[in-house]
Design a protein around this ligand. Structure first.
Ligand SMILES: NC(=O)c1ccc[n+]([C@@H]2O[C@H](COP(=O)([O-])OP(=O)(O)OC[C@H]3O[C@@H](n4cnc5c(N)ncnc54)[C@H](O)[C@@H]3O)[C@@H](O)[C@H]2O)c1
Length: 348
């Protein structure tokens, strides 16, 4: 009886999660999964009303009583510093130690790819982004803030343990799925300390995976190759900020932000699944947001929970929606968010 926390969040998050939940309920009915979906109103509205992003002890409740979290998106123009977003999403990532940010870049049909002559066979890889370290830990400070002599320091933290476990996760994924190569991206030619640690760790961890080819790219060359020859890649592993950037490019290769799903994972523990996109305020509330990224994130969540057949059902229905052009306008379609969700739910 998997127990799932559902946090629609803000903006289009609310709309796309409504469709993901619709699909989950239908797959639950078909496959008798016994899913328990518990909705939480965490987001900008609640934060502005109460001054609180989540009640105290919420992270512990997720950790101890839930199997997974499904999140829409957080972000609201009324909270420009994203205080509530940090307090919810980053708190989950850091406090639940969700160190794997897994982002598949999987093209469903060549008509969705902006690069000519690239189809599903050429664009099919997974990015493993380190999710708990790098420049996102909030280490740093200001000197003489708001003066002409201001100094800002933002430190990037890389620990042996943190680097090792994400690299190992990437190799283990490649082994489990019979993939021939793991590529690491860094900027070790200039970041001589932190990324040197990545280099050494990649070599050492890789020794335990002799059957898997190891490849390295500086991140600037990697993004070039992602466009020129995406078929070269199977699994890419990288640090937090580079992964953030790489995966937006990856999202474009597969049809845009409306198609990119992700998991924030700690193997064996409660993990969080969400579309890569944000709350997209300009298109919120208009029934035009693409729900497929959220629906595919729900499928990733089921796969993570070991419900492979149900996850496959959802993926196949999403492929059908794309094939039959039952898609939103970002993919050139004429259907609304709800109509696309209805189609997927009725083609499981
Ligand atoms: N994980 C998260 O919750 C998350 C991630 C990124 C951004 N944000 C927040 O979201 C807000 C908006 O950020 P942004 O504009 O930089 O990024 P965004 O992802 O919301 O939007 C980027 C572009 O993609 C489009 N887009 C996004 N989702 C779409 C969908 N489902 N269907 C069709 N088009 C879609 C938008 O219209 C926009 O053109 C900000 O507050 C930001 O901080 C949150």
């Amino acid at each position: 009886m998997p127990k799932i926390a559902v946090i629609p969040g803000d903006g289009v998050g609310v709309e796309v999660i409504a469709e993901a939940v619709k699909v989950l309920k239908e797959v639950d009915r078909l496959d008798h999964l016994g899913l328990e979906l518990v909705r939480f109103d965490f987001g900008a509205e609640r934060y502005l009303k109460t001054g609180e992003a989540m009640p105290p002890g919420q992270i512990d409740e997720f950790r101890n009583h839930y199997d997974a979290i499904l999140l829409g998106a957080l972000g609201d123009p009324r909270i420009p510093d994203m205080a509530h977003g940090r307090a919810i999403l980053l708190a989950c990532r850091f406090e639940l130690d969700l160190y794997i940010n897994m982002r598949p870049v999987k093209l469903i049909h060549e008509k969705l790819c902006p690069i000519k002559n690239k189809g599903p066979e050429q664009v099919n890889f997974v990015v493993f982004r380190e999710n708990t370290e790098g420049p996102y830990v909030g280490a740093g400070g200001f000197l003489k803030k708001n003066t002409p002599d201001e100094v800002a320091v933002q430190q990037s933290i890389h620990t042996r343990k943190g680097v090792e476990r994400i690299i190992r996760a990437a190799f283990e994924y490649a082994r489990k799925h019979g993939l021939p190569k793991v590529t690491m991206a860094d900027k070790s030619n200039v970041l001589r300390y932190g990324h040197d640690l990545w280099q050494r760790t990649f070599r050492e961890v890789g020794e335990a995976f002799p059957e898997i080819e190891k490849e390295h790219y500086y991140v600037d060359a990697l993004v070039m190759e992602m466009v020129r020859q995406p078929e070269k890649f199977h699994v890419i592993v990288t640090e937090n900020m580079l992964g953030d950037i790489i995966t937006d490019l990856g999202a474009m290769l597969q049809g845009g932000m409306g198609m990119a799903a992700s998991g924030n994972i700690h193997p064996g523990k409660v993990s969080l699944f969400e579309p890569v996109h944000g709350s997209a305020p300009p298109i919120a509330g208009k029934n035009i947001a693409n729900p497929l990224a959220a629906i595919l994130s729900a499928a990733m969540m089921l796969e993570h929970l070991g419900l492979h057949t149900s996850a496959q059902r959802i993926e196949r229905a999403v492929v059908q929606a794309v094939m039959q052009d039952v898609v939103t306008e970002d993919l050139g379609g004429r259907y609304g968010t709800r109509e696309v969700g209805d189609f997927v739910a009725s083609h499981l």
